[in-house]
Structure formats: structure tokens, C-alpha cells
Design a protein around this ligand. Structure first.
Ligand code: 4NP
Length: 157
């Protein structure tokens, strides 16, 4: 089992979008029993809450259902519970690495390193912006999710 954790700040916009988009690609390729997907936020404000309605609506437009997801906070144990910990931006990455135990084997990095159609390295925080921000987030995430799936042994979705 390969275990993948997506991390952003609130776990209500970007990382749950990545979670749902990537899960759908994994399931579509019949890889649900070999790739485990989860998401978390470095912050604690939204623990237990469903995704931001703007993120859910944008995903739904592309046939991706986020309704079952609930926010949780990133925890140091995640270094042992996941093989890949993929941050949406550099701040998230810094916050994650500051909690790293002395020894762990998780691969920690930026999710957009798996993207091939965009130059950006960070998924911008859409929380305080308009609906177009959520579309851009989805475009970036779909690109990187395809690259990640290929990396993990699937074919390009
Ligand atoms: P996310 O977006 O990190 O993509 O889930 C945010 C959600 C909430 C806040 C910031 C970013 N907030 O400040 O409450």
C-alpha cells in the first residue's frame, strides 16, 4: 500500500480538492486497494468541517464529489503513517518540516513538482479570492495528480 497525504493550511480548499481529484483517478484505474489517499491542514481552525462550498461546487462541475471529506489537522504521526506528504505551498511545507521527527522515511515535497503543464510550484490559497481562483486551483491539481499517478505506477489519467 502506498499512502499519500495532501496538506494545505485549512484543509477545506486546496488539499481536500487534491484528495478528491486524486482519489477519483486512483479509483478509475482500479488502484484503490494499493494507493491510500488522505488530506490535512497545518492549521486547526476548520477541524471537523466539510470543504469550503466554493471548492465543492467547482469540483462538482468537473464530476468530483467532495461531500464525504472533513477537515483534520496535520500531526507529527503523519510522518510515519504516510509515504508521500505533499504540500500545496512553501509555507505549508515549512510548517510540516518543522514537525518532522528525527527519523522518518516519508517523501516530503511540493505537490506541483508533479505538474507538467504549469510552471508554478505552489497552489495559491483561493480562500480570500473569487471563484476563478478555485478554477485555477483545480487546473493545477488535475495536472499534478496525473503526474503523481504516473509516478506511483498508474497510467496517465
Ligand atoms: P486551504 O484554504 O488552506 O486551501 O484550505 C484556506 C482555508 C481557510 C483559511 C486559509 C486558507 N483560513 O484562514 O481560515
Amino acid at each position: 500500500m502506498i499512502r499519500v497525504l495532501f496538506v494545505c493550511l485549512g484543509n477545506i480548499c486546496r488539499s481536500p480538492t487534491a484528495h478528491a481529484v486524486f482519489q477519483q483517478m486512483v479509483d478509475a484505474q482500479g488502484l484503490g486497494s494499493s494507493i491510500l489517499v488522505d488530506s490535512a491542514g497545518t492549521g486547526d481552525w476548520h477541524i471537523g468541517r466539510p470543504p469550503d462550498p466554493r471548492a465543492s461546487a467547482a469540483a462538482q462541475q468537473r464530476g468530483v464529489d467532495m461531500s464525504a471529506l472533513r477537515a483534520r489537522q496535520f500531526q507529527p504521526a503523519d510522518f510515519h503513517n504516510f509515504d508521500y506528504i505533499l504540500a500545496m505551498d512553501e509555507d505549508n511545507l515549512r510548517d510540516i518540516l518543522a514537525q518532522a521527527p528525527d527519523s522518518h522515511s516519508a517523501q516530503v515535497g511540493l505537490f506541483l513538482d508533479y505538474a507538467s503543464h504549469f510552471e508554478e510550484r505552489e497552489v495559491p490559497d483561493p480562500y480570500y479570492g473569487g471563484d476563478e481562483g478555485f478554477e485555477h486551483v483545480l487546473n493545477l491539481i488535475e495536472d499534478a495528480a496525473r503526474g503523481l499517478l504516473e509516478e506511483l505506477g498508474g497510467s496517465r489519467a
